[in-house]
Design a protein around this ligand. Structure first.
Ligand SMILES: C[S@@+](CC[C@H](N)C(=O)[O-])C[C@H]1O[C@@H](n2cnc3c(N)ncnc32)[C@H](O)[C@@H]1O
Length: 231
């Protein structure tokens, strides 16, 4: 990994902003991801994110913290936070923004226990593919204190396959429709393709059930997105 994501966050944080990250997928064209969005504060977060932050309690793990925006809010509110990310630049930025406990580690290598595990900005993306969802959920379950919860958001992207007359053009022989090949570019360089998973609520709930977790729908957003609470 070249860590273009982390480089972009560092550039923005250090006042060297010149361009945004560009993302594309196998079913969508180039799209700019504004770096300022990754530094959003509470007022600029979606209703789903704000709701997740209100539900967070106890010791919190922010998985894939990015620039640490959610961690910072909760830390300022007095909660004990640990922020983790696989991007070195992201962790550096999160620390420089003032998050006291931020570590460069993958979720699968985390071993501590928490009351709330937060996965925000399409949190299911980290699971990569449907076949791996139960592996991640089983691991997340081991990190929960008794009475603990996982707060995760995602989007049902079925609408992206809708054609003009309301039908769907999905290839029935393809993988699950939310498994996308995702390309991230910054300043003319690209990361190797990754798989990024958008998961509809029903599939997430079924996967939770299969590993002995309960999944409830907390709220739906305006763009086929939703917030789930798993316990
Ligand atoms: C879409 S960004 C979300 C950033 C942040 N949560 C936000 O809402 O602004 C996804 C983040 O997950 C991180 N990530 C990807 N796989 C991970 C893993 N296995 N463990 C921890 N973090 C991971 C990426 O490096 C990236 O920073």
């Amino acid at each position: 990994m070249k860590d273009l994501f982390g480089t972009a966050l560092l550039d923005y944080f250090n006042g060297n902003f010149s361009e945004d990250i560009v993302t594309s997928t196998n079913i969508s064209e180039d799209d700019e991801l504004p770096l300022s969005y990754l530094f959003r504060d509470y007022q600029d977060m979606s209703k789903l994110e704000q709701q997740a932050l209100q539900l967070a309690k106890g010791r919190v793990l922010d998985v894939g913290c990015g620039a640490g925006s959610h961690s910072l809010y909760l830390q300022n509110k007095g909660l004990e936070i640990k922020a983790i990310d696989v991007s070195k630049g992201a962790i550096e930025v999160t620390q420089k923004r003032g998050v006291k406990n931020a570590e460069l580690i993958s979720i699968l290598d985390e071993t501590e226990k928490f009351d709330t595990i937060l996965l925000m900005m399409n949190g299911t993306g980290i699971f990569q593919e449907v076949a791996k969802v139960s592996i991640y959920l089983t691991h997340l379950k081991t990190l929960l204190n008794p009475g603990g919860q996982i707060l995760i958001d995602s989007t049902d992207i079925k609408y992206m396959y809708e054609d003009d007359d309301g039908g769907y053009w999905q290839d029935l022989h393809a993988n699950y429709y939310g498994e996308l090949d995702y390309l991230l570019s910054y300043k003319g360089e690209s990361e190797p393709l990754i798989t990024w998973l958008y998961l509809d609520f029903e599939t997430l709930a079924t996967a939770c059930e299969s590993v002995g977790l309960t999944c409830e729908l907390v709220m739906e957003g305006d763009y086929y997105d939703y917030l789930a609470r798993i316990f």
